[in-house]
Design a protein around this ligand. Sequence first.
Ligand SMILES: Cc1cc2nc3c(=O)[nH]c(=O)nc-3n(C[C@H](O)[C@H](O)[C@H](O)COP(=O)(O)O)c2cc1C
Length: 176
Amino acid sequence: MELDSNDLSEFYHRLLSPRVAALVVTLKEDMRPNVMVAAWHTPVSVRPPIVGVCIAPSRLTHLLIHRNREFTLNIPDLSMKDKVEAAGSSSGRDFDKSTLFKFAPSVKIRTPVIEGAIGVVECELGRTIDVGDHSVIFGNVVSCRAKGFWEVWRSESPLLHLGSNFYTVMKEVPLR
Ligand SMILES: Cc1cc2nc3c(=O)[nH]c(=O)nc-3n(C[C@H](O)[C@H](O)[C@H](O)COP(=O)(O)O)c2cc1C
């Protein structure tokens, strides 16, 4: 099946899904955490460890990352799906999203992590590159930890975003 050019913008990225629906935590001016969802992210360097997250300039998170120069990425599981959708469908400009989650202190930075997340990555801001309607924000990874990490999510599955309001989870562990 081939898509015409009008459909391309809407669908090309779905062909590259599923993607982990990562929760991006930043700090607001009053020090309350703000949370948005970002499914568009990728590791870009091993040594040093750097992750790239694509965030539209209109998101409050975009402003807060550049103000605080740090953020955390938090990996939800299926039990957090409703909260993920809430964090991804309203802006911290209009709604206090700190009430959606419980938070725990980070190891290396001031921005907290989400309690109950199955994995967390603490980042300090690196470079930002504006590309089309998003910015690629590079985070220098300063700490990370996860439940079941050495078993490659054997007992846990990250919540995976398929595009639009479709999600999935891993049914089986990868074979070695
Ligand atoms: C599953 C899912 C994935 C999303 N991925 C991204 C993304 O990668 N980049 C982005 O800029 N917005 C993404 N969004 C939209 C933001 O999460 C949403 O606009 C959010 O309300 C921004 O919050 P803020 O203004 O408090 O930062 C996603 C939303 C959902 C539900």
